[in-house]
Design a protein around this ligand. Sequence first.
Ligand SMILES: [Zn+2]
Length: 290
Amino acid sequence: MKQSTIARPVEWSGLGLHSGVPVRVVLDPAPLDSGIVFVRPGEAGAADIEIPASHRSLHSSSRATTLAAKSDPSGKGDPREAQISTVEHLLATLYALEIDNVRIHVDGPELPAMDGSALPVLDALTVAGRERLPAERPVITLSDPIEIRDGERFIRAAPSHRLQITYAIDFDHPRIGRQELALLDFDEGCFARELAGARTFGFLHEFEALRAEGLAQGGSLENTVVLDEEKILNQEGLRFHDEFVRHKVVDLVGDLALLGAPLRAHVSVEKGGHSLHHRLVRAVAKAAAI
Ligand SMILES: [Zn+2]
């Protein structure tokens, strides 16, 4: 299989979930072996800061995946640092579409929330099209299983000929409860059918606490499935009966994309989240020496 990039530039904009301000995203094709790179404009004429979509850029696992990088990776010159948050839905979509190389210009500190799912991004990237490049895609394989446990929660990656995902969540809430999803043939079609439409979800009490801290200013029923103690507040209801676990799988795929190459493994997760996903990504990167 050859590497690829997008066939033509594409852009979209929307509100940032936390800032509540409009954010514009512009994707440009990129050459082979350049990878996926976020580009934050420098202020007042300063040079842009590049943030590679890599496990090496991982900065925070709290509520979303946040990446950070220094303007001068050698640490000797320009001391500026830039962050980009909520990268997981875009990275999941690029992973599913097998797009290895792209430059992503973002004029704010987080990706726009859009409708809370990966679907608007998938639509935009489908319009952009894909162009194969004349070099092979690297792949990541495992020689032994890797497992990380945290009490009753765990994440495990076992050697496999392709990416397979088994994910379970268990929330003590009457509209969620235990949900399990097994995707043994993960590919572009599977992502489009089973995952892309699943939205971010959150609880009303958390939302109110975040608002009080000045976060979630752009959060609304337009981009989040919101639950109070017993019900879903969105009038339109759910897109899938198990939309919650499906969204968790989107987040997982976006986090696995930080490995920088497709992972040939069966990943099983029990009660996961970004923090557990990131621990696996770091462990796989170490085992694969990447
Ligand atoms: Zn998400």
